[in-house]
Write a protein that binds this ligand. Sequence first.
Ligand code: SAM
Length: 442
Amino acid sequence: MPLLKPDLRAALHRSMGADLGMFEHALEQPPPVSIRLNASKPTGDQGEPVPWCATGRYLTERPVFTLDPCFHAGAYYVQESSSMILEPVFKATGLSGKRMVALDLCAAPGGKSTHLRSLMSDDSLLVCNEVEPKRAHVLQENLWKWGHPNVVVCNAQPDRFTHLQEAFDLILVDAPCSGEGLIRKDAYAMEQWTPALVRECELRQQRIIDTIWPTLRPGGFLIYSTCTYEACENEEQIERILSDHDAEHVAISGLEELGPVRGKNGIGLRCLPHLVRGEGQFMALLRKEGEWNERTAVNATHAPKPVDDPVLPLLVRPDELDFRLRREVWFAAPASHSAFIDRLVHATDPIAPGVPVAEGKAKQWRPHPALALSRLLDTSSVPVIPLNTQDALRYLRGEALRASQATGFALMTLSGLAAGWAKGAGNRWNNHWPDPWRIRMR
Ligand code: SAM
């Protein structure tokens, strides 16, 4: 860890006060390695629990994740442990188990989205948005691998959501920030830091919050987080929301013993690397004034189904799904959220209005790679080829696999987890693992 730049050190001194020495000492220690397990894709437990997250685990060393087939099949997400305080903050909303629609506005690469998706009830809908197109595609890949069906992915500026007034029960703004909390892990975080960047981030965060606030339902919740220590991007940002909007602060209790501390003036939570086993993180919970009522499930307005589609019999409960065609890909989404998704499509043109299940031209449909990884797939409806670790790595590198008599599409499984498709061609299985996802490492 290189020495702190003088102006950054001065800024950190303002944030940490007398704790700066302990903080600097913590920066000299190696960053902890942590993952969050995907409870819907169990492959065995490992590691030491992260105290504030039921599925969070610390690992004793950093494995080469790229060479672990389970990583590619979505069995876990590699995530910095302090970010996982999303779990107690979400629980403080009281929305656990409730039917809801949530928006993760600044979502890529998807750490908090995949976590939030696991915390929400299965019948809820999560809309994940990312403004940067390339990052939106990484977000999409991570959500597909996570495998939950009730997810829509958008690539839109926040103001595109303003047509959806009072639409969301929960909004997560994991805001772009000056990144001070990452300096131990990421040399670039220190390199890019300037006082001007802090000011720029503060103003951008303000714009993002003011734009998205009207889309929150009365009685709904906003979770605001950053990975910086700057009060102007954290507690002061919350104080400003409290004075400009119909909001109240919700304090998070029960974490005092575990390391995260209250922020300035009792606002939000701060994770500091000398007090927790993790990096820097700030998170606060706000509630919009008004009464909140749980959404009732509405009867589906069935969109056209790809009726000639040979993929339909591969789906679990296709009658509960609606299908939308976008650029030669059929997307499946819960019919009970159809009316909402239609409004979302109109406002933001999502890049994935559901889970893609089939792709192709005219009637030449083939199963989409995301379907293999999704809970929407009825695995008893397809031939399954279990791969050993060596063949799994060959498959993930994009190689064809030898066969004796291979025909049609088959599902390749790795350590018991569904991963992707291969198409039989007599004495070999042709590889349908997407090219951009292939392992390049030898
Ligand atoms: N929530 C993500 C996770 O847990 O993996 C990390 C999000 S990162 C801290 C902030 C994201 O905000 C970045 O992906 C960035 O591209 C996006 N962003 C940048 N400018 C933005 C803006 N003006 N409005 C919304 N999002 C923006």
